[in-house]
Design a protein around this ligand. Structure first.
Ligand SMILES: [Zn+2]
Length: 256
């Protein structure tokens, strides 16, 4: 499998074998430049797409042929939109996973407790959701994860096992940090709603395309998601699909 380690080995082989041969045969420098640019492109691709499993394995889709999917909400809890989403989920008896920002949990303890009490899972989505998170050194990544895990443990009583990195970006430092926390698993997605950017019609069109085992990514931070959620759940049901808890779909424990 092409991942960070195997591509580093390929680069070392290129440098130690290709470069002397290229120098001896007087191959154009453009070929060498092309290989280096390709390597950098590969690393950027691996960092940007959580489904690539480039730096670390991410659980993005359930291995099943049954018509089941899971729904996740990122970036809450949000005092305005999370309660509306919880109401719709309750009405349809659906259990979801909320990848919460630690700072938002600390500011909305009652709401985070309500999410848990209503049978949903609280996942870790870092403490500050920094725009620069993918550039953080390992120590800072660990601190972002552990502060959020402490906030979640206060509510649910156990350490959270499910971690979703902001923007779905993975880097060697994030991979190292996650490996240092026992049982922590990176959770990605297979269907991205882009509900923070797109119109309601566009969002519905994106999330309507489902296949067995899909993990849907929403955000409990805007009105558009609230507006389309009920219609979406009906659509999923009309297609003969069932929404199941994420930990069941991916066969992972939510807490330790
Ligand atoms: Zn996020």
């Amino acid at each position: 499998m092409l991942n960070y380690n195997s591509s580093r080995i390929i680069l070392v082989l290129l440098v130690t074998i290709y470069l002397p041969i290229a120098w001896y045969l007087q191959v154009s420098y453009y070929y060498t430049l092309f290989l280096i640019v390709t390597f950098i492109g590969l690393v950027v691709w691996g960092a940007s797409f959580i489904t690539s499993n480039f730096f670390i394995k991410a659980h993005c889709k359930g291995k099943t042929n049954e018509k089941v999917i899971s729904i996740t909400f990122d970036d809450g809890p949000n005092g305005t939109y999370t309660p509306l989403i919880l109401e719709i989920l309750k009405k349809h008896n659906i259990k979801a996973t909320f990848f919460c920002i630690g700072k938002n949990i600390s500011e909305n303890i009652e709401l985070a407790t309500q999410i848990h009490n209503e049978g949903h899972v609280l996942g870790n989505h870092t403490y500050n959701h920094s725009y620069w998170f993918d550039l953080f050194p390992t120590g800072l990544v660990i601190s972002e994860i552990s502060k959020t895990s402490v906030a979640i443990k206060r509510i649910v009583g156990g350490w959270p096992n499910l971690f979703r990195p902001p923007y779905g970006v993975t880097t060697p430092n994030i991979a190292r940090a996650v490996r240092s926390v026992s049982d922590l698993k990176i959770i990605g997605w297979s269907v991205r709603s882009l509900d923070t950017k797109k119109t309601e019609v566009q969002i519905l069109k994106r999330v309507a395309k489902i296949s067995p085992g899909d993990v849907i990514l929403f955000h409990d931070t805007n009105q558009r998601t609230v507006n389309i959620l009920e219609q979406y759940l009906q659509l999923v049901s009309e297609k003969g699909y069932q929404v199941v808890p994420l930990q069941e779909l991916l066969d992972v424990g939510a807490y330790d």
